[in-house]
Design a binder for this molecule. Structure first.
Ligand code: ATP
Length: 434
């Protein structure tokens, strides 16, 4: 059954059951009095596949109980980093340290981590009950259970022990899976399979939860609800989560800290607020935020006043003193400004930049307007920076109220209202600290 046809009742139940799951898991943890301490440290970790450097000299340190999100475009090395934490890949160099213990040569099975994949990775030939109990059975499995006949017998015996059956049924009940226990994954919807995958992680009571794009197969509504519930699950479990995504909304809403990667290298590590408000470089500025941060060439910096295309940009007076302290070559400065700080005015109005509307997109909440400035030289051109191509012109984006009815090719004025200044050095892409 497709998720897009999910009834509101089922959507409600997913959110509800995950929160119940969180409550149950919290109870299990507390009753067990197991205090897992799972800080995560990566010390100059590099992973090469032949000539490909998938992860390049990554340093990182997060405390126990954090929700660390690994964020970046496709191929930036997120999954490889997660797989090294899981023990599914080993670093070419550097150290992976969890809970103070160097993990490099610790077998994946001995790491006490639970992995939830995008593809659920459930055993297709096993029922939901067996999928949930399997990790617990394997903990008690002895080598001689591999003798034909004995294995199956022992698995059934272990599955029925009060310890395992009780835990599986409690997790299943709290995740709303009781009715599905005797079904196989192939007969479940995507949302149901993902709940089984989360249940299989919870049942193990791991010290580290590793999740690789677990929401990407869910429809938009279910994603939002499941995101909220994952957050709650994290708070209740008091365990460290490491979560891979290329979706910045997911990263900013779930993470207590976010590691932004590109080409295997760390671009920035910080809280969601830091990443959004103070991007460390042009890559982060353009990767976070939808539409992305606008970048404009500064035309003059004079006695604490900032000009773009000859127009003075309004900024709080406190910034004047700071700008006065910047002793940079103006040619090398880019002003970063978020689309919600770009305001549209009548064409030709005082203090505005002349612009033309090149695109209009109604989001329902507001309208995203793409603009081309009359002074094209003021635009930062992403393509030309790396390839010398000057044809592609990155538009300037503005977020405006929906009641402003704008049409492509309309001429407008464009005012930049900066409440805090973000300046970048064009030559290096780095943010200028002022
Ligand atoms: P995506 O979001 O598309 O899953 P990712 O950020 O998770 O991407 P990785 O899967 O970690 O990226 O891959 C990083 C780089 O390493 C890519 O260039 C990829 O092709 C390469 N890579 C990953 N695994 C292997 C492998 N087993 N052999 C060779 N190259 C690999």
């Amino acid at each position: 059954m497709s998720l897009s046809s999910s009834s509101s009742l089922r959507r409600h139940s997913v959110a509800h059951v995950l929160s119940e799951g969180a409550r149950y898991s919290s109870a299990v943890l507390h009753s067990n009095k197991r205090a897992h301490m799972a800080s995560v440290v990566l010390d100059k970790v590099t992973k090469r596949f032949g000539s490909i450097v998938a992860v390049d000299n990554v340093d990182l340190s997060v405390a126990h109980g954090e929700f660390l999100v690994l964020l970046g475009p496709s191929g930036c090395g997120k999954s490889t980093l997660l797989r090294m934490l899981a023990g599914l890949e080993s670093p070419t160099s550097g150290r992976v340290v969890v809970g103070g213990e160097v993990m490099n040569s610790v077998d994946a099975r001995a790491r006490d981590v639970a992995f939830v994949f995008q593809s659920y990775a459930l055993y297709p030939h096993m029922t939901v009950r067996r999928n949930l109990s399997f990790p617990l059975i394997m903990r008690q499995f002895k080598p001689w259970y591999h003798i034909p006949g004995i294995g199956a017998l022992q698995r059934r015996r272990l599955e029925k022990t009060p310890e395992i059956a009780g835990k599986v049924e409690a997790v299943a009940a709290s995740l709303g899976l009781e009715q599905l226990l005797d079904r196989r994954p192939g007969t479940l919807s995507g949302g149901q399979r993902q709940r089984v995958a989360v249940g299989r992680a919870i049942v193990r009571d791991p010290k580290l939860f590793l999740m690789d794009e677990p929401l990407s197969n869910l429809d938009a509504n279910l994603r939002v609800q499941t995101r909220t519930e994952l957050s709650r699950l994290h708070r209740n479990l008091n365990t460290t989560f490491v979560y891979v995504t290329h979706d910045q909304t997911e990263a900013l809403s779930l993470g207590t800290s976010v590691l932004v990667l590109n080409h295997g290298r760390v671009q920035q590590f910080g809280s969601p607020r830091e990443i959004f408000n103070s991007p460390a470089n042009v890559f982060v500025a353009r990767f976070i935020g939808s539409p992305p941060m606008n970048l404009l060439h500064v035309s003059r910096l004079d006695a604490g006043e900032l000009y773009v295309s000859g127009i003075r940009i309004e900024a709080p007076s406190v910034w004047e003193a700071k700008l006065r302290s910047v002793r940079d070559s103006v040619d090398d400065l880019l002003l970063g400004i978020r689309p919600d700080a770009v305001h549209l005015t009548e064409p030709g109005s005082a203090g505005s930049l002349a612009a033309r509307v090149v695109g209009v997109e109604n989001t329902g909440i507001d309208t995203v307007v793409a603009l081309e400035l009359a002074d094209k030289k003021a635009h930062w051109r992403a393509a030309s920076e790396s390839t010398g191509d000057t044809k592609g012109l990155d538009p300037i984006y503005a977020r405006v109220p929906t009641y402003l009815e704008l049409k492509p090719d309309e001429n407008v004025g464009c005012k930049l209202n900066v409440s805090s200044i973000t300046l970048f050095r064009r030559s290096t892409g780095e943010r200028v600290a002022i």
